[in-house]
Every structure is written in structure tokens, then in C-alpha cells.
Design a protein around this ligand. Structure first.
Ligand code: SF4
Length: 389
């Protein structure tokens, strides 16, 4: 259990060999340049006598243009390209399936570059439209892990168990690829990113924060950190770490039940990090980061949609300035919980408004394409990995 609750799961294949001449990986294997952060890439170039602006150009090719060959990097000197071709590789995830819903939601399945394990991940593009049909918000929901260890009862990914963390490059690849699709299809780049796909983002803290930094870099996709939201089931240590490090992204907490007994039943993490612990972390976060928190609350029929549940949720909203998103659940095969009925939703919202809480209701998107994360991967026959459930 110790590793499950450590700062992060331990299987990211990050290589910092460039900073350590004695590391044998750089000597024996070609280095994946996308395993390096921007600072590490600058150090890698400096070590070979290439100035900083060359590192920036390389970074731009990797993360803005999304190329996977050094030979197309025509503004780099020939000798630099030849060196890179001989000593380095560019690892990139491979799009393997795409499904479009009637409501415009597009779900993507990607094959990771570790074919022997057949690992696949999913990401979703969720468009919102103006009344005239033009695209308004283009939100990408990205995955941060292959599977997930936390085993939430309602979640298709939780049923897979955990296989491995994604590297920051694999996370940025999802965004970069979908951004190209958005530009092609809607003539504009993506507007928002949510880390709410497969995996628990704060269980892969380093890759997630590094990928978000790359995505907001002016030499990459250049999305404002204010438009990037990282979600968590409530990993209290990492919530505090986000605040201490002044990470500039938004925080969303997947709450889904506001009473410990109920949360215990659907989210095993609550057994070790309950609402008392979560309250401490949230209040620490707000004090240090001074940023409002968003609570995500899946409304399940006759489970967490009573007046008492609304009162408990209102009390949690009082911990620190925060917003509430009520999400109408996409039913998942094999899960006993169901989407709440509209009449119960209305009662729940009325009760919240008596507490002066305005909640946004998020209708499920992509019902017809199994847009709940993990559903495609499960259909593809993934075996079961580690789980705390
Ligand atoms: S809801 Fe999130 S944390 Fe829970 S099992 Fe699914 S992916 Fe993991």
C-alpha cells in the first residue's frame, strides 16, 4: 500500500541522463528527447555546445509543431540534426481510433509507444457551440495514467486497475494532437484542458505539473494556466504541494459524496483520506494559493441526491471559496449506480440555492460513444492492474 500513497506512482520512464554524464542510459540507448523538461533540454543542448535559442527551436518543433523526425527541423543546423538523428529519438503516441458523438464530442484512443504491453489511453474533445453553430469552448479531457489504482465504484478506468504513469510527453501529445484536429475542424485552437481522463492526476504529480507547464509555454500550445484544471479524488499531500509550489493551474476535487459513509462506499480513497483530512488540505490550499476550488459532484439516483446530501455539500462549499459542478452521470455497464432523475436534480439544486450556492449542471456528453473514460480501453480487452479497491 505504501507506494500507492506515495507522492506518485513510480513507473514513469523519465530519463534525466543528460544531466548526469555517468548515467549509462544515454550511452547505451537513444535518448527520448521528449522525456526531458524544457530546462533539461536546454542543459542537453548546452552540454553539446548548442546555444539556448537552438534548444528553444527544438522545443518548439516537439511541442508546437508536434513533429516526430529530426530531419524536418529545417531551421536547425544540419550537424545538429545529424547528431540528434544518431543519438536521440522522438517518442510520440499513436492515434488508433476516433469516435464522434452526435453532440460533437470526439473521443480518441491512443496507442502508447510500448507495443509489447499494448497500453492504450483515451482523451476527449468536448466542443461547446454558440447559437449560430460556431465553436465556442473547445475543452480537451486528457489522461494521466494507464488505468488507475483508486478503484472508484462508478468509474470504468477504476475497473482496469493501474498499469503505469504517463510521461509528460505522452500527456502533451494528447493535447497537441487534439489541438491539430480542433484547428482543422473548427478553425481555432483548444480553449481549455481538464485532467479528468484516465488516471488520478495527482498520483502522477511530476508528469502532470510538467506537462501543464509545457502546454502553457509560449513555444508550445500556449494555453493560459487559468484554462488548465487538474482534478483529484482528494490526495491531500499533493493538494498541499500544489499550493506550496504555487502551481498556477486550477484545482478540481472529485467529491461525488459529501458524507463520509457514502463516500467510503463509492471511493475507497476516502477510507484513508476522509473529509476531515480533505478539509484541512483544501483550507491549506486556499490560504497558500488564494484560488477558488471547484467541486465535481456526480449525481447518482437515490444515492447522493437527497436534501441531506445537498446540505452536506453546502457545508463543504463553506470550507473555502469554491464552485460546484453537478455532473449528470454517463451510465457505465456493470456499475450499479445510475444517473439521477431530473425531478431529484431540481430538488437538489433548489436546496443548494437555499444555502445561496449556485451550482452549474454539466450534462453528460457523448453518451452514444461511451465517453466515460476507460470504456474504450476496457472494450479493447485490457487486463486488470493494481487497485486499492
Ligand atoms: S474516478 Fe479518477 S481516481 Fe477514481 S478510479 Fe476513476 S480515474 Fe481513478
Amino acid at each position: 500500500m505504501r507506494e500507492l500513497f506515495s507522492d506518485e506512482a513510480s513507473s514513469t520512464s523519465k530519463d534525466t541522463s543528460v544531466l548526469s554524464p555517468s548515467n549509462s542510459k544515454e550511452k547505451s540507448e537513444k535518448l527520448d528527447v521528449k522525456s526531458l523538461t524544457k530546462e533539461e533540454l536546454i542543459a542537453y543542448c548546452a552540454k553539446r555546445g548548442w546555444p539556448r535559442f537552438r534548444a528553444n527551436q527544438l522545443f518548439q518543433w516537439l511541442y508546437q509543431k508536434g513533429v516526430n523526425k529530426f530531419e524536418v527541423m529545417t531551421n536547425l543546423p544540419k550537424k545538429m540534426r545529424e547528431y540528434l538523428q544518431e543519438h536521440a529519438i522522438i517518442n510520440r503516441i499513436i492515434p488508433s481510433m476516433q469516435q464522434q458523438s452526435k453532440d460533437g464530442t470526439i473521443k480518441f484512443l491512443f496507442q502508447l509507444n510500448d507495443r509489447e504491453d499494448n497500453n492504450k489511453i483515451e482523451a476527449v474533445l468536448i466542443p461547446d457551440f454558440f447559437p449560430d453553430g460556431a465553436a465556442n469552448r473547445l475543452t480537451v479531457c486528457v489522461s494521466s495514467q494507464v488505468g488507475c489504482v483508486f478503484g472508484c465504484q462508478f468509474c470504468a478506468t477504476g475497473k482496469m486497475g493501474f498499469f503505469r504513469n504517463l510521461s509528460h510527453g505522452e500527456i502533451v501529445d494528447q493535447v497537441q494532437y487534439i489541438n491539430e484536429i480542433a484547428l482543422e475542424k473548427y478553425g481555432k485552437k483548444i480553449t481549455n484542458i481538464v485532467y479528468m481522463g484516465m488516471g488520478e492526476p495527482l498520483h502522477n504529480y511530476t508528469s502532470v505539473t510538467q506537462s501543464a507547464a509545457i502546454i502553457s509555454d509560449p513555444l508550445s500550445i500556449e494555453l493560459s494556466p487559468k484554462r488548465i484544471t487538474v482534478s483529484t479524488v482528494g490526495l491531500t499531500k499533493q493538494i498541499k504541494k500544489l499550493a506550496t509550489e504555487q502551481q498556477p493551474f486550477n484545482l478540481a476535487i472529485s467529491l461525488h459524496a459529501a458524507i463520509d459513509d457514502k463516500r467510503d462506499k463509492i471511493m475507497p480513497i476516502n477510507n484513508s483520506m476522509n473529509l476531515v483530512e480533505l478539509k484541512k488540505a483544501v483550507q491549506y490550499y486556499y490560504q497558500a494559493a488564494e484560488r477558488a476550488i471547484t467541486y465535481e459532484y456526480l449525481l447518482f439516483d437515490e444515492f447522493n441526491d437527497s436534501i441531506q446530501d445537498a446540505d452536506a455539500l453546502a457545508s463543504i462549499v463553506g470550507w473555502a471559496p469554491s464552485k460546484v459542478n453537478i455532473i449528470m452521470y454517463n451510465n457505465v455497464a456493470g456499475v450499479a449506480l445510475n444517473r439521477a432523475r431530473e425531478d431529484r436534480l431540481d430538488l437538489f439544486l433548489n436546496r443548494l440555492s437555499k444555502h445561496k450556492i449556485r451550482a452549474t449542471v454539466r450534462r453528460s456528453r457523448g453518451d452514444d460513444i461511451d465517453a466515460g473514460c476507460g470504456q474504450l480501453a476496457i472494450q479493447e480487452g485490457a487486463p486488470r492492474g493494481k487497485s486499492i479497491a
